[in-house]
Design a protein around this ligand. Structure first.
Ligand code: ADP
Length: 473
């Protein structure tokens, strides 16, 4: 049979009762010990006083026999003295006087040569009739004759009182422990009840029902705090699941459009016999869609690897201006196609420490967007300058000001979300899947920088990237 309780409630009660039992036992033993010590001390002091009284009542008669002053006995207080055990011995141990209460019994053993010489000796003995006695011995000179006076009290009343107290305390044990155990069990049950409710609710939470939350009985206690922590975890899980669902839906949607385009171009191409020039054109437009798809799949791969934490940063110090010039050169080709004047001004040639490949991705995406969303024959200006923060940190800022339609205030944060497009038809026809800025934001923040967008005075946009500048050593 398993005695140790398996549930927490009973286990708490078990340990509670066990500790209570231990504490009560220690309390009982110490109470008995202290009470007995205190009563014996009191007895000892009473005996000293009695002994001093007796000293004044002893006298030798004319025949040299020792007596106790009988007259004094009639005095009410002196009755007490008669109730004591009393014996007077010569230093050699001969009994010179023994009171009636002692009735011929000996009070203690034969005294040693130094007995009672130094104050009041304290000792316990058991009389021949079995009575335990605490007695005090003192050497007294009467008419120049040394007398060893012994006065003692029975320890029986004292022991009875101690036993009575112990019995009273012991009698309270079962009741006290029973009540405490019951109350402890009830308390533990009450305290742990929210846990049961949380477990029942947790059973109902599945991947499809992540919006459910655990009940929080009392937000300030430990269980309430735990429920809140778990609820926060559920919220994060719900958000992640939601994002994952959204991401999967968006990806499928984005892939479907170019795939459908490839298919319909192919089908149309096969419907009738065409000239090789027409076939070349059909294959060309199919390849265009394939290259869009490839670009998107590559970006998705980067995002999913970044999400899985599989992308390792390879940081090195480099001049941010060099990187911007290099990216601008690449984008210049696209700007030229739209007859846009891409002007780059470099005011700061300081270095940053970052992953060059990721930073290039971010800069190219921003420049590419400026070209894509600005009308033909409009200027686009990019610049690199230094900015001082309040805390003394110096930043290098990359700005790109375009002449596009601008971004409404409510969408300024959202455009950095995955698959977010302001005007999907406008953006799609320009070739975007709504991933470029999400990747740029991730790349910049991974390298300790900030990215954002602000409106210009003409209603177009100014995108910026800020990176901490490497201090010149
Ligand atoms: P996309 O590949 O569709 O351009 P992005 O993530 O790069 O995706 O941009 C998200 C959305 O932000 C775009 O669909 C577009 O509507 C808007 N956007 C980005 N850059 C600009 C810009 N320079 N001017 C106006 N709108 C922009």
């Amino acid at each position: 049979m398993k005695l140790y309780p398996s549930n927490v409630r009973s286990r708490l009660t078990f340990w509670y009762v066990l500790f209570l039992l231990l504490i009560l036992s220690v309390n009982l033993v110490s109470t008995v010990f202290l009470l007995s010590w205190h009563l014996q001390n009191q007895l000892f002091h009473d005996e000293i006083q009695d002994l001093e009284t007796v000293e004044g009542l002893l006298y030798f008669d004319s025949s040299g026999a020792l007596h106790l002053n009988e007259e004094y006995h009639s005095h009410p207080e002196s009755k007490q003295v008669l109730d004591r055990y009393m014996e007077v011995l010569s230093p050699a141990g001969d009994v010179l006087y023994r009171n009636e209460r002692l009735g011929g019994l000996r009070l203690g053993t034969t005294p040693g040569p130094s007995a009672g010489t130094e104050g009041y000796d304290r000792a316990t003995t058991t009389l021949q009739d079995g009575t335990p006695v605490l007695f005090v011995s003192h050497l007294h000179l009467l008419d120049s004759q040394p007398l060893l006076i012994r006065v003692g009290y029975s320890l029986l009343p004292l022991r009875a009182r101690v036993e009575e107290t112990a019995a009273m305390l012991l009698a309270a044990f079962p009741l006290g422990i029973g009540l405490a155990g019951f109350a402890g069990y009830k308390l533990a049950r009450r305290a742990l009840d929210p846990l049961g409710r949380m477990a029942a609710q947790a059973e109902l939470i599945t991947a499809n029902q992540l919006s459910k939350r655990l009940p929080v009985a009392n937000a300030s206690d430990e269980l309430g705090q735990m429920a809140q922590v778990l609820n926060n975890l559920l919220e994060r899980l719900e958000n992640s699941f939601g994002q994952l669902r959204q991401f999967t839906a968006d990806v499928s949607h984005e892939l479907r459009t170019p795939l459908a385009a490839i298919r319909s171009v192919g089908e149309v191409g096969l419907q009738t016999t065409r000239s090789s020039e027409e076939y070349r054109e059909t294959i060309g437009s199919m390849l265009e869609e394939v290259s869009r798809l490839t670009g998107m799949v590559e970006t998705l791969l980067t995002i999913s690897r970044a999400d899985a934490g599989q992308i390792e940063l390879h940081t090195s110090p480099f001049a941010f201006s060099d990187l911007v010039e290099e990216a601008a050169e690449l984008i210049q080709v696209l700007a030229d196609e739209k007859e846009q004047n891409l002007n780059v001004s470099i005011e700061e040639k300081g270095k940053i420490v970052a992953d060059r490949v990721l930073m290039r991705l971010a800069v190219v995406n921003i420049l590419h967007n400026a070209v894509r969303y600005s009308p033909e024959c409009t200027p686009i200006s990019a610049s690199i300058s230094a900015v001082n923060a309040e805390n003394g940190q110096r930043w290098i800022q990359f700005d790109v000001t375009d002449n596009g339609p601008g971004i409404p205030a409510e969408a300024r944060d959202k455009i950095f979300d995955r698959f977010y497009r302001l005007d999907s038809s406008r953006s799609q026809e320009k070739g975007g899947a709504g991933l470029g800025l999400a990747v740029a934001k991730w790349a910049v923040e991974m390298n300790g920088g900030h990215i954002g967008v602000e409106p210009t005075d003409h209603g177009s946009s100014r995108f910026f990237i800020q990176m901490p500048m490497l201090r010149a050593s």
